[in-house]
Design a protein around this ligand. Structure first.
Ligand code: PGA
Length: 249
């Protein structure tokens, strides 16, 4: 059985005091939630604060990016060891905003996944097609290619530690979400791709989330799909009530 995982990707939002308010509010309402794994992914600047607040709880902590080197002359970057040192459990890798605005490629995504795993951080790896790619009928091919490139060179023993988030780019922050059937189909394809690279038993262990305008009103529909194991949530993770409702789908 794969344990569902709901992660809040705060993106570049929340000062330290705002982070405290949000996390304290969520913990107050969900402290004994054990059937779903809940992960906060605040900006780097709020990681330590959030860690302090969740340390006696089952909530997880994730960063939104990392660099693949352990240390050195890489001004502005944050290493896997630094994130581990802060108490992170997860790290989002290859979000479409990073691919689009910060030059992330399938190759850098692969390097970052390897570096995260080497530091004992669990990657949440994002894949997803643009609207033009969907309309051109390229979704299946692109998702397969992104998944294969992300996992290139990884041994089968580490694959179960990886979470994959299928996030169609046209659905992110737009209010226009993929239908649950479409999301389930693409996620099934990701699982098939993993089964072809490794085997079915490995593929069956990997949790695959849907992301893209997930809200309290549509989360249950996604979670009821056979292939969907959770959600990566942006906008709706920024308010206590909407995030709590999501987790209580
Ligand atoms: P959204 O963002 O929920 O605001 O659409 C999802 C994401 O980018 O992870």
């Amino acid at each position: 059985m794969r344990k569902p995982i709901i992660a809040g990707n705060w993106k570049m939002n929340k000062t330290i005091s705002e982070a405290k308010d949000l996390v304290t509010g969520v913990i107050g309402k969900l402290a004994d939630k054990e059937d779903v794994e809940v992960v906060f992914c605040p900006p780097f600047t709020a990681l330590a604060t959030v860690k302090e607040l969740i340390k006696e709880t089952p909530f997880g902590l994730g960063a939104q990016d990392l660099y693949w080197q352990e240390k050195g002359a890489f001004t502005g970057e944050v290493s896997p060891l630094m994130l581990k040192d802060l108490g992170c459990d997860y790290v989002i890798i290859g979000h479409s905003e990073r691919r689009e605005h910060f030059g992330e490629t399938d190759e850098t995504v692969n390097l970052k996944i390897k570096a995260a795993l080497a530091a004992d951080l669990k990657p949440i790896v994002c894949v997803g097609e643009s609207l033009a790619q969907r309309e051109a009928g390229e979704t299946a091919e692109l998702i397969k290619k992104q998944t294969e490139a992300a996992l290139a060179g990884l041994a089968s023993e580490v694959i179960a530690k990886i979470v994959i988030a299928y996030e169609p780019i046209w659905a992110i922050g737009t209010g226009r979400s993929a239908t649950s059937a479409d999301a389930n189909e693409v996620i099934g394809l990701i699982r098939k791709t993993i089964a072809a690279l490794y085997d079915q038993a490995v593929a069956d262990q990997v949790r695959i989330q849907y992301g893209g305008s997930v809200k309290p009103v549509n989360v249950t529909e996604y979670m009821n799909q056979s292939e969907i194991d959770g959600a990566l949530v942006g906008g709706a993770s920024l308010e206590v009530d909407s995030f709590v409702k999501l987790v209580e789908y």
